[in-house]
Ligand binder design. Structure first.
Ligand code: ZN
Length: 173
C-alpha cells in the first residue's frame, strides 16, 4: 500500500476541486491510513487524497506548530474559516514535485474547520509550519497548486524544473 503512486504535479486531477465527503465511514479511515503510510514513506509533512488519485476532500499531515507541538492528523472536508492579516513567506515543497522548494506567501495563522476521522466536527487554530501545511493541503482539495501562489517567473521556473524530472515518473509506470 505505501507504494501507492503519488501523482505528478502536472496531472489534470490536481488542478480540479475535490468532492466533499458525505459520510466518514471505514472507507475514509482506510484511505487515511494509506495516505499516512504514503506520506511517511515519502518523508512528507502533508498529503491530500487527490495526490494519490482519490479526488475527495481528505488530507493528512504530520508537522509541528509555532510552539513545536506535533500534529499528526487527518482532516475530512477541511475549510479555512479565518485567516490572519499578516503573511509569512516560507520555503515550501510538494510531494507531487519532490526536491523543489520555493518561497510561497501564506497567512501567518489560520482557523481550519474539519471533521476528524470519527466524523466529529473540530476547529483548530493552525500556527507556524502547521499553518503553512494546512493552507497547502486545503489548496490541493481546491485544485490549487503551491506554484499558483507565486510570481509568474517563479512558476515558469518551477514548471521547467518539473519537465526535467518528469521522465522519472514516466519510467515508474
Ligand atoms: Zn502538495
Amino acid at each position: 500500500m505505501p507504494d501507492e503512486p503519488i501523482l505528478p504535479i502536472d496531472h489534470p486531477l490536481l488542478s480540479r476541486p475535490s468532492e466533499p465527503i458525505e459520510k466518514v465511514d471505514y472507507r475514509v479511515r482506510e484511505l487515511a491510513e494509506v495516505m499516512f503510510a504514503v506520506m511517511d514513506s515519502a518523508r512528507g509533512a502533508g498529503l491530500a487524497a487527490v495526490q494519490i488519485g482519490q479526488p475527495i476532500r481528505l488530507i493528512v499531515m504530520d508537522i509541528v506548530d509555532a510552539e513545536g507541538v506535533g500534529h499528526r492528523k487527518a482532516m475530512v472536508n477541511p475549510a479555512i474559516v479565518v485567516r490572519s492579516e499578516c503573511s509569512v513567506v516560507r520555503q515550501e515543497g510538494c510531494l507531487s514535485m519532490p526536491g523543489y522548494d520555493i518561497p510561497v506567501p501564506r497567512h501567518e495563522w489560520v482557523v481550519v474547520e474539519f471533521q476528524d476521522i470519527d466524523g466529529r466536527y473540530r476547529s483548530l487554530t493552525a500556527t507556524g509550519p502547521l499553518a503553512v501545511c494546512v493552507q497547502h493541503e486545503v489548496d490541493h482539495t481546491n485544485g490549487v497548486l503551491f506554484y499558483d501562489r507565486v510570481s509568474r517567473l517563479r512558476r515558469q521556473r518551477a514548471r521547467e524544473h518539473f519537465c526535467k524530472i518528469r521522465r522519472r515518473y514516466a519510467t515508474d509506470r
